[in-house]
Design a protein around this ligand. Structure first.
Ligand code: C5P
Length: 222
């Protein structure tokens, strides 16, 4: 029997990360944060002095990416070549660099099988931009999570503030709009809902409301 996959795609700041990890926890399924792989690839390029538009070399880094996601005292950590980069890869600048390397075909190809390796029993929640369209096209339930750009900027702002990071709401909104434009307009694996995806606008929904709605949908799809 095939391992079930729930794909959760959508623009940055729609709440995919939070929702995906809550659902994975509730179901006891594995979690793939595909954005982290693009962030880590960009970080590896910075670390090794590779230009972000050097497609061949960045793809080679993506292919041999040495990453681990251990949990220390209940807190998930991200290691790149054994070095802790959990916070480092979460900055807006790191997201921007991720979006640059994510536009390169060879980089996306290099990360494809690595992403599919996350699909193990009893199931997988896959969070990203192209989980339902490219990486797991056979997934029985595909969700496209959105929210207005203003609401997403506001959520990012709060999240950054909670982590003690200084931020400006208006520049966050600009960055979100710029990243949306790059992610939706790129020629390779552009951000768009799969034909069979269910779109959920979370602008006016709380996190528990979204989790409940998705759990209902999963039960319906059995
Ligand atoms: O989701 P997150 O903000 O961590 O993703 C960072 C960037 O990585 C996105 O802006 C997007 O350009 C890229 N990405 C992608 N495909 C994915 C996940 C992320 O292109 N599946």
């Amino acid at each position: 029997e095939r391992t079930p996959v729930l794909t959760i795609d959508g623009p940055g700041g729609a709440g995919k990360g939070t929702i995906s990890s809550l659902i994975a926890e509730r179901l006891g399924w594995h979690l793939l944060d595909s954005g982290a792989l693009y962030r880590l690839t960009a970080q590896a390029a910075v670390k090794h002095g590779v230009a972000l538009d050097d497609e061949t070399r960045v793809a080679a880094l993506a292919k041999s990416l040495d990453v681990a996601f251990p949990v220390e005292r209940g807190v998930p950590q991200t290691l790149l070549e054994g070095e802790e980069v959990t916070r480092l890869i979460r900055t807006e600048a790191a997201g921007e660099r991720a979006s640059q390397v994510a536009a390169l075909t060879l980089v996306r190809d290099a990360l494809l099988s690595r992403q599919r390796d996350f699909c193990r029993a009893p199931g997988l929640v896959a969070d990203g931009r192209d989980m339902g369209t490219v990486v797991f096209p056979e997934a029985p339930l595909k969700i496209f999570l959105t929210a207005s750009a203003e609401e997403r900027a506001r959520r990012r702002y709060q999240q950054l503030r909670e982590n003690g990071v200084d931020a400006s709401l208006s520049s966050l909104l600009q960055e979100i709009q710029a990243r949306d434009a790059r992610d939706t307009q790129r020629s390779v694996a552009p951000l768009k809902p799969a034909d069979d995806a269910i779109t959920l606008d979370t602008t006016r929904l709380s996190i528990p409301e979204v989790v409940d709605r998705l759990t209902e949908l999963l039960v319906q799809r059995g």
